[in-house]
Design a protein around this ligand. Sequence first.
Ligand code: TYD
Length: 210
Amino acid sequence: MTTEAVRKGLLIVFEGTDGTGKSTQVHLLSHYLQDRGYPVIATREPTEGPYGKKIRSLYMHRNAYSREEELELFLADRREHVQQLLDPALAQGRIILCDRYFLSTAAYQGARGFDPEEILRRNRFAPDPDLALLFQAPLDTGLRRITSGRGEQLNDFEQKDSLNQVAAIFASIKRPYIQPIDASGSIEEVHEQVLNHVTPLLPAFSAAQV
Ligand code: TYD
């Protein structure tokens, strides 16, 4: 990765199946770090950019796109995110919290038939995270949170059979920066687990800032 030499910040990504509480935890960690004076940026994929918007329209019309077209949209969205936000913010020494990143592509587009390792190779343009928190909870818990908690219907990415496969692919990927999070507990319990993984990274981060 070409930008690694100038990298001073931290990239922490939140991964897992839908309804496991990632967004809530991004929010809580972001406030925790801000309150302690750290330069934090919270972001997410799909992004709010043009490719991200196109991806959201795809939720409802998934069969209109081939799986290759779908994969290319996620990659294009990430390429733009890396160039416009992630690389510059890392070079400026910020702590980035990203709700979904390339492990989601490996797991979700892997569930559509791609080899997950091939997908990871196609993501080599994207910096590796310092930490990937993999949120894991029984699938029914996540689906209940979506349908009753949020009052939403499942979108095409959230159908139960394919989510089982997505969870299995997430669990099968081995990378040194992946840490599992038991997301079945309370918001406070999960936040504690998140902090247990994040706080050991902060002293090194602070030293890099001086
Ligand atoms: P999600 O985090 O649910 O976004 P939002 O709540 O803002 O709509 O992500 C949307 C869906 O996109 C989710 O079901 C997972 C899927 N997804 C992929 O299939 N591949 C990817 O690379 C990413 C980032 C997400």
